[in-house]
Design a protein around this ligand. Structure first.
Ligand SMILES: [Zn+2]
Length: 111
């Protein structure tokens, strides 16, 4: 149980950041525009940065202008960190409850 508390303290650290978060993932898109005369038709794909996130079960996509790339990448990474910490806290919480139930089974006696 003490080990779980220590784990919890480690995981929860990421929750105490104060900076803004942006939901989603920043990645590079490479695509063809469809014009047969364009260089992309010969394999030189159009490259641009995009932010994608899910909203009510659908994937949303926003193109990221170069001047916002660093900012949005940083904020989306912060979001991933927070979500990761949330998942860890949930998993540790589950283990703690199981440990408490086990303690009860060991300590409990009939009246
Ligand atoms: Zn093209």
């Amino acid at each position: 149980m003490r080990r779980l508390v220590a784990e919890l303290e480690g995981s929860i650290e990421a929750v105490f950041g104060r900076g803004p978060l942006v939901k989603g993932t920043v990645y590079e898109m490479a695509r063809k525009c469809g014009k047969s005369s364009c260089a992309c038709a010969r394999g030189e794909l159009h490259r641009s940065m995009a932010l994608s996130w899910s909203h009510k079960g659908k994937t949303r996509l926003m193109s990221v202008p170069p001047e916002r790339l660093m900012e949005l990448r940083g904020k989306s990474e912060e979001y991933q960190r927070l979500r990761g910490a949330r998942a860890e806290v949930a998993a540790i919480g589950k283990k703690m409850l199981a440990a408490i139930d086990q303690i009860e089974r060991i300590r409990r006696e009939e009246p």
